[in-house]
Design a protein around this ligand. Structure first.
Ligand SMILES: NC(=O)c1ccc[n+]([C@@H]2O[C@H](COP(=O)([O-])OP(=O)(O)OC[C@H]3O[C@@H](n4cnc5c(N)ncnc54)[C@H](OP(=O)(O)O)[C@@H]3O)[C@@H](O)[C@H]2O)c1
Length: 345
């Protein structure tokens, strides 16, 4: 029987990794699309990449909704969630009901931020949850065209929820999740993603915190400073101090929350800023791109959840809190203005 994998949210990151996994033999890779459904259903995806070239990929099945995927009756081995994580707008875990049917279905979350696993762990206490962090850069400039820009690294580790209702701390469940994690990483490796890395639960949470340091420093600052790109911010003397301050705050808090120190190989705030200064391409953080195109920003998982997770353990992150409060109000004011303008039409 071929392995059945379903990607829920086939945008830039989801379709890119799906197209790589689909090169494995005996593996069916299907997608649930939304606004790109018509384009993907009729022509599949076109992927352009400096690393993998220019290729066409047609998913095994293309669904227009989770409901259609449910109706197909397929027993999914993996359901991969690669939507933007916007818990304040929608609880996407609900969409997976009826898709995580067999006891062997593992849920893989390829999303930025912290605390993204909890809604899935709570809704599916007997399912394996695999948590993934990627540094790849990809975009979907037109429906069905996935432009992979650079980098491919993806770290994946099982997530073991510690609530009483969860079965994920059960030793047998941990063994199953770890094996499913390893198998998924192998599919990526065989699909040409040479830096797909299998991690433990703790290591993966540290990877998430480390990426949050970068995202939480650069993303809201780019929006609040009026649209600056990364290198421009790092080149400004006062903003350099601010970015370093936010990163140091997160980097010193994350290991205390997880209960494990960062491995010495993880970059320091100075190292991150040095590499930002070298990259003169003018790349914009995703939150700025979302803000400029009027899309919701991943504020809760990048700012709100880290603040809340730290608070639960008795730690405050004042720089993060200021950024969160300011950008949330900026978004609220924009929404109110938008509503007023629409009501005048
Ligand atoms: N892009 C990158 O370079 C990059 C790098 C590292 C990490 N990430 C992270 O990866 C995650 C995915 O980002 P992305 O850039 O790939 O976002 P994206 O291009 O917007 O892709 C998300 C896709 O999910 C679809 N979707 C959302 N809700 C859906 C639903 N209910 N049913 C069906 N489809 C649905 C969206 O459809 P619509 O188009 O209709 O909204 C879109 O096609 C985010 O957490 C992001 O922060 C991205």
């Amino acid at each position: 029987m071929p392995l059945e994998i379903l990607f829920f949210g086939a945008g830039a990151i989801g379709a890119f990794y799906a197209s790589r996994i689909a090169t494995n033999a005996d593996t069916n890779v299907s997608v649930v699309c939304r606004s790109n459904y018509a384009a993907v259903k009729s022509q599949g995806f076109r992927v352009t990449s400096p690393q993998y070239g220019d290729y066409q990929w047609t998913p095994t099945r293309t669904f227009d909704s989770a409901e259609s995927a449910r109706k197909s009756g397929v027993q999914w081995d993996y359901v991969v969630v690669s939507t933007k994580a916007l818990p304040n707008i929608s609880d996407d875990s609900k969409q997976l009901e009826g898709l995580v049917t067999s006891p062997t279905t593992a849920i893989v979350l390829i999303q930025n931020g912290l605390g993204v696993e909890q809604p899935y762990a709570r809704r599916f206490p007997s399912a394996s949850i695999l948590s993934a962090v990627t540094v790849a850069s990809a975009a979907q400039p037109t429906n069905g065209h996935i432009r992979h820009n650079r980098w491919t690294r993806i770290n994946i580790g099982p997530f073991f929820d510690d609530s009483n209702e969860s079965n994920q701390q059960n030793p047998k469940a941990k063994v199953t999740a770890t094996a499913q994690n390893q198998r998924f990483v192998e599919l990526l490796l065989k699909g040409g993603i040479k830096d797909a890395i299998a991690d433990t639960h703790e290591k993966l949470q540290l990877v998430r915190w480390h990426k949050i340091a970068i995202n939480a420093a650069f993303n809201p600052s780019a929006v609040l400073s009026g649209g600056s790109h990364n290198e421009a911010m790092a080149s400004d003397a006062e903003l350099y101090v601010h970015l370093k301050g936010v990163m140091d705050e997160v980097l010193s808090t994350g290991p205390k929350v997880v209960g494990t120190p960062f491995p010495s190989s993880f970059a320091s705030s100075e190292g991150i800023l040095r590499s930002t200064l070298r990259n003169k391409s003018g790349s914009k953080p995703s939150m700025l791109l979302d803000w400029e195109s009027g899309k919701p920003m991943e504020l809760e998982v990048i700012l709100g959840n880290p603040i809340r997770l730290a608070r639960e353990k008795g730690y405050e992150m004042p720089r993060m809190q200021s950024l969160y409060a300011l950008i949330k109000m900026k978004e609220k004011n924009w929404e109110a203005r938008n509503k007023t303008e629409k009501s005048k039409l």
